[in-house]
Design a protein around this ligand. Sequence first.
Ligand SMILES: *Cc1c(COP(=O)(O)O)cnc(C)c1O
Ligand code: SF4
Length: 336
Amino acid sequence: MSTQPRPLIQAPGWKAQLRDAVRDGEALLAMLGLSADQVGLSKEAARDFPLLAPRDFVRRIRHGDPRDPLLRQVLAVGDELVDVAGFGADPTGETEGAIARTGILHKYAGRVLLIVAGGCAVNCRYCFRRHFPYGDNVISRRAWGDALGYVSGDTSITEVILSGGDPLIADDRALAELCDRIAAIGHVRRIRIHTRLPVVIPDRVTDALLDAVTPAGVQTVFVVHSNHANELDDVVGQAFARIRARGLVLLNQAVLLAGVNDDADTLAELNEALFAHGALPYYLHVLDRVRGAAHFDLDEARALELHGALRDRLPGYLVPKLVREEAGAPAKTPLG
Ligand SMILES: *Cc1c(COP(=O)(O)O)cnc(C)c1O
Ligand code: SF4
């Protein structure tokens, strides 16, 4: 029962929604009828990695529930300040060796990741990029020539992944120019877009955006990021439907997070809801061990148990691959 696409109502526009996003913990809690003590709010935790949550996403948080799974993903809490052994600043080894040129990570055969934008529309507290030195590595328009030169010079690269931050923070004109230039490289077959924007500000998915990222001569794949069925309301479903109406493949990656989705019912519901809205599960990542995110961690035995439970109750195509990102590995490492 995937939702029919409908024309987008251009009410406030995605940029206005981004400007208007909630950036203050106390304001967020006031909107939800919660007190700072109930949830462990910490101003200090938000100092290095600010709180950021668009109102459309906040609307999907349950009022008055200190344990809401969406709230937990965005609220800066005191737990983030606890130093835990094994949780460092660069768990995926991104800043050691994988940077081929400014703005390009080339870790895996055949595909490169282009860091199009440093910012996101939401700051997910578990994010492994919370300490990433974007300042030095976001691809500026000026650096495109160099990065794209790297791609043209290596005929083994058949896929360019637009990433960030969130690449859809860039505006349509910049994305159109970038995608056209990528499509003009003969050996590139696919443009893949890793983005959480269709989930957190679904109005970002406009016809103009879809025109920009679907140049002739390449296939475009969307990989969105949702961790809980409560994130997927009808408005998100309509954004997914607009992507699918272009005939594009739409996949989801999720992160396994304690207190958010670490039980079999919740995970099964997420994957069912994704399919109902037209997306297929791709990856279920175990947490990257980044400093400040230890309170989201699950031990590996529990991750395997949950994944096994999904295999036992869902059709194979609704079971995401359980993976870990390891510095220096030639691909995501499958678990189990
Ligand atoms: C995850 C990742 C990719 C994509 O890997 P897939 O298994 O193809 O989804 C590519 N490059 C980098 C640097 C990555 O971290
Ligand atoms: S949208 Fe993605 S990159 Fe941005 S903070 Fe969330 S998990 Fe990190």
